[in-house]
Design a protein around this ligand. Sequence first.
Ligand SMILES: Cc1ncc(COP(=O)(O)O)c(C=O)c1O
Length: 431
Amino acid sequence: MDELLARHRAVLPNWMGLYYDHPLELVSGSGSRVTDSSGKSYLDFFCGILTNMLGYDVPEVREAVERQLAKGIVHISTLYLIRSQVELAEKLARLSGIENAKVFFTNSGTEANETALMLATAARGSNQVLAMRNSYHGRSFGAVAITGNVAWKSSPLAPFGVHYLHGTDRHLPAFARLSDEEYIAACTADLRHLLSMAARDVACLIAEPVQGVGGFTMPPDGLFGAYAAVLRERGILFISDEVQTAWGRTGEHFWGIGAHGVTPDMMTFAKGLGNGFAIGGVIARGDLMDGLPGSGISTFGGNPLSTTAASASLDYLLDHDLQANAAVLGSMIITGLAEAAAPLRAVGEVRGKGLMFAVDLVDPATGAPSPALATRMLEETRERGLLIGKGGLSGHALRMAPPMTLTEADAKEGLGILVDALRAVDAEAAR
Ligand SMILES: Cc1ncc(COP(=O)(O)O)c(C=O)c1O
């Protein structure tokens, strides 16, 4: 393992972080579990960053992919008709609720967001973009330009004029005492103020319903509905970045934006749809999708293999009503975590929706974010056989997103490990 780590460090970028003091090589998986190169197995509550949404080695997906491989065509390009691509686009357009929806497939969330920004700026003839503080939308030049999290902002240069909105910063003294309604009213008034004095002819707002990299932080339900009403008055478009929140993961809605009572003009997706096969894309109103002035293509986007895998994954998810599973097991885990964390001074907050939940680690003495304790928690859970993630502006939020196929037994086991590890870290921090 040390040898592989040394080789990794020699040839891969140093800004591509690895988890754990002794990074893991995971070599096989089945259901909610993965096994490392030493033979130790783990319950996986992070799933390749919310991407293996059905867990590992799902026969229905594997067999669909094998059938496509057996046909001999993995790639053919969008110069030809691709049946699996058309079928998947039909399903997504129907599920989106967007009027006359059309779909463009990419290979990643970054490309999906680049495409949505391209569509919005072309439609509006403007490069002025609104984004959220603490946001993350990808690693490309354009996506980094609308990222409101300095830790992930690898370039200060930008093709857009960007204004960052309030909505996930209730902890600030100015907002801390406000009710949900008052906070939404304050944020909306700020948006109106911004639009009237600082930002002219804005193209769009892009926002994550639950911020992923930001540590599963989220505005109160309804905020984006209130924002959308203001934007609509001015013809400004609204893009919901559903890369982490789609497919019913939040339990209560199929798309994360459902919590805000608004249908966006566009949605972007990636991660979970292919259950590990690289696929992303944009679902947009037909007039917006067709409105690009030039030709466009993504060579690999929507290829026969990824769209076959995605279609099989989506069918599996819908046939087994995994959104309902996310709602039930997610609320069981979140409630259990909140109860167990109440007496622990190293826990700042437990939050989440469905199978997307987070725990903030703080210094027990000062209440300040503690990335060190979050790192400790990763090691403690790993030792106990559970994989989890991290995030947040200060790297102090534990992020958990188990597969949506999670069983009740797995949920209880994972919760037990988390609680046990939290108590151990809390006790250690109090010393
Ligand atoms: C909300 C959100 N948007 C976009 C992206 C970028 O997706 P990708 O890494 O597939 O380019 C991510 C990745 O974490 C994300 O969380």
